[in-house]
Ligand binder design. Structure first.
Ligand code: KG4
Ligand code: ZN
Length: 386
């Protein structure tokens, strides 16, 4: 069954943030105009954005003030429905989104204490993701923006994951940082920095990406092979807690060319072959040891590439984002290496690592400040690049 989660912890109290005054129908609002003219002026961040996220199997809506202050965060997870099939079934996901989106958005508005007239804009994930799932969010957000006379802001899901860091770590915004985005669909190593080094909007440069499976996808496939169910990441992490990470020496991910690119298919095959060999010999695969050894190999590859990129780019701040960033072993390993090398380390709490709409609202806020709005022809783009 569906699991609707209305986040109550760590939510800002309605009214604490400055509210947007007025809305913009064509182009940039007076507040955003003033903010762009004079970024240090009071009121620079006086905007509430309603975020909508439906790119995969969470129907989510959130109201965020100032790109950082979460007034509400509602997530309806479909995990119970898809787990029966061992993975997300796209058409079922779309149908659940369309059934749920109205109540989720309603709940997010109610919980935030904001009225439609308080909003400065509506941000929605327009890609990448499952086409039919994205279409639900995009058409819903478009209709609301039209009905309420608000600007519409199409947001890239991966950029949203990066912005999740700003929800809990105000200091990071404005800094140059390296972000490892690891989710079920993506593995990207990006350098985020201000245009013109010190000012202007954040620009992201992709340094590396996966050549085959995304990190989360590898977790999901190994979980399935070990009979741990879906979603695999949390299940592998739980199993790994009782395992010996040194029990199996799995190969490190090797990639020719693009030195910051990742590859997890070789590692995945090595784990699957090991499981098959043990089974063929009549044995019972040691689930915990296999999970721990696999997790260690993934974490080592992720940390190693991130540190190599940090050394080359001179980035002093390292951030994590995406569902796999909620993995305790990855968080601990990255925190440890950053401490040893004197680098700043940033990671959102798990609720903002996995898919949510607060990160989309945060990202939408930065587009809003730049006056980057979407037209009425905004469409779902399943393969939208970062
Ligand atoms: O960011 P996300 O919610 O959705 C996408 O944009 O893909 O990421 C979901 C992915 C799934 O593959 C899931 O298995 C993985 O993140 N994941 C984890 C953990 N929690 C979620 N992987 C490893 N350890 C976890 N604790
Ligand atoms: Zn995601």
């Amino acid at each position: 069954m569906e699991n609707i989660r209305v986040q109550t912890d760590g939510i800002a109290k309605p009214g604490r943030g400055k509210r947007a005054v007025g809305t913009a129908r064509d182009g940039i609002s007076p507040e955003a105009e003033a903010a762009r003219e004079n970024p240090g002026a009071p009121g620079r961040r006086a905007a509430l954005i309603l975020g909508i996220e439906t790119s995969c199997d969470e129907t989510a809506a959130a109201v965020v003030g100032n790109g950082a202050e979460v007034l509400s965060n509602v997530i309806a997870s479909q995990v119970g429905i898809h787990s029966v099939y061992g993975g997300v079934v796209p058409e079922i996901a779309s149908r659940r989104h369309i059934e749920t989106i109205c109540s989720v958005a309603d709940e997010a508005m109610l919980a935030s204490g904001a009225a439609p007239g308080d909003l400065a804009g509506i941000a929605v994930t327009c890609g990448p993701g499952l086409e039919g799932a994205l279409l639900v969010g995009v058409s819903f957000a478009k209709s609301l923006a039209f009905a309420w006379g608000l600007p519409l802001i199409g947001v890239n899901h991966i950029e949203g994951h990066i912005c999740a860091n700003f929800l809990t770590d105000g200091d990071l915004e404005g800094k140059r940082f390296l972000c490892l985005v690891v989710s079920g669909g993506h593995t990207h190593l990006v350098l985020a920095e201000k245009e013109n080094s010190v000012s202007g909007p954040m620009r992201v440069r992709v340094l590396g990406r996966t050549r085959d499976d995304a990190a989360g996808e590898a977790f999901d496939k190994i979980a399935r092979a070990l009979g741990l169910g879906y979603p695999g990441g949390p299940a592998v992490e739980r199993a790994a807690k009782d395992g010996d990470a040194a029990a199996f020496a799995f190969p490190k991910a090797r990639v020719d060319g693009g030195i910051y690119d990742f590859s997890f298919s070789g590692l995945k095959s090595a784990v699957l072959n090991t499981i098959n060999k043990i089974k063929t010999a009549g044995g019972e695969p040691p689930v915990s040891d296999l999970a721990a050894s696999f997790q260690k190999a993934v974490v080592e590859a992720l940390v190693e590439k991130t540190m190599a990129a940090a050394a080359e780019t001179g980035a002093k701040e390292i951030a994590l984002a995406g569902g796999v960033a909620s993995n305790g072993a990855l968080r601990a390993a990255m925190a440890d290496v950053c401490e040893k090398r004197g680098l700043g380390f940033h990671v959102p709490p798990p609720v903002f690592c996995t898919d949510n709409a607060a990160m989309i609202a945060s990202c939408g806020y930065f587009h809003y400040l730049e006056g980057r709005f979407s037209g009425p022809d905004l469409n779902a783009e399943p393969n939208l690049a970062l």
